[in-house]
Ligand binder design. Structure first.
Ligand code: URA
Length: 260
């Protein structure tokens, strides 16, 4: 279709929409993502009350996640197990499974929350604005996801591998389903130290929320020292919190150097 808009006007209108929070381009025709999903969500047993069915499906979903995760003996196998796992409805609305980035075996592993729009598109964690800030923060303590030496590298993943619709917070049952995979992910990546970015990550790894209270204090998650820290997306909205984030990063650096 011919447009009456010139290029500059069209671009500034698009930028304005992004500024206002638009996160999806609506195409000419509707897309039914449930039809695009490789396998339909599993149907619960027929003869039970809706509450019983939900509970049964949740228990089953967590148990199946545990069995699938335990059976994975490599990161590739874990990725395959996640992509075959069909209990989490988030997968039906996502474009890509976002598994990880960086160097497996790096001494520092970062656990974020969930992919956003850019991560969903590219299939990699932390590649949007928050991810760019994260890369700068890591560079400030001499770490990068592209580094080859384990002591200079990082390995990055999220609690959820699929983008929640409209970036909503994950539901407790979605976190519960993903927890066995996260636990196995940490075991296979073998970091020395964990960095827990934001509330969802603390909820999954520590079963605690309240990041502004938790941040800056070493905790233990999956048998490893874990530092809760404010999420880079929060730091973009609240730049005054960067000062504390810097202190947390220095504590991580010291721990990696054996001084913390
Ligand atoms: N926020 C996250 O927690 N993870 C990502 O991958 C991107 C943004």
């Amino acid at each position: 279709m011919e447009s009456a808009l010139d290029w500059d006007l069209a671009r500034s209108m698009l930028e304005w929409q992004l500024e206002m929070g638009a996160s999806e381009a609506i195409g000419d025709g509707p897309v039914n993502r449930f039809e695009l999903a490789p396998e339909p969500a599993r149907k619960p047993a027929a003869q039970a009350t809706p509450d019983e069915v939900r509970e049964r499906v949740e228990v089953n979903a967590v148990e199946e996640a545990r069995i699938a995760a335990e059976g994975a003996d490599s990161l590739e196998a874990l990725r395959a197990a996640l992509s075959a796992y069909d209990h989490c409805e988030l997968r039906n609305g996502a474009r890509n499974l976002v598994f990880s980035d960086g160097q497996p075996g790096a001494r520092l592993m970062i656990l974020g929350e969930a992919p956003g729009r850019d991560e969903d598109r590219q299939g990699k964690p932390f590649v949007g604005r928050a991810g760019q800030l994260l890369d700068k923060m890591l560079a400030a303590i001499g770490l990068s996801r592209g580094a080859e030496k384990p002591e200079e590298g990082v390995y990055i993943t999220n609690v959820l591998p699929w983008r929640p619709p409209q970036n909503r917070d994950p539901k407790p049952e979605e976190i519960a389903m993903m927890l066995p995979f996260v636990q196995k992910h940490v075991a296979l990546a073998k970091p020395d130290v964990l960095l827990l970015m934001g509330n969802i990550s603390c909820q999954a790894a520590l079963n605690k929320r309240g990041i502004l209270r938790l941040r800056g204090h070493w905790a233990e998650a999956f048998g490893l020292p874990a530092m809760p820290m404010t999420h880079p997306a929060y730091l973009l909205r609240q730049p005054q919190a960067k000062r504390e984030a810097w202190a947390d990063l220095l504590a991580v650096r010291a721990k990696l150097e054996g001084k913390g």
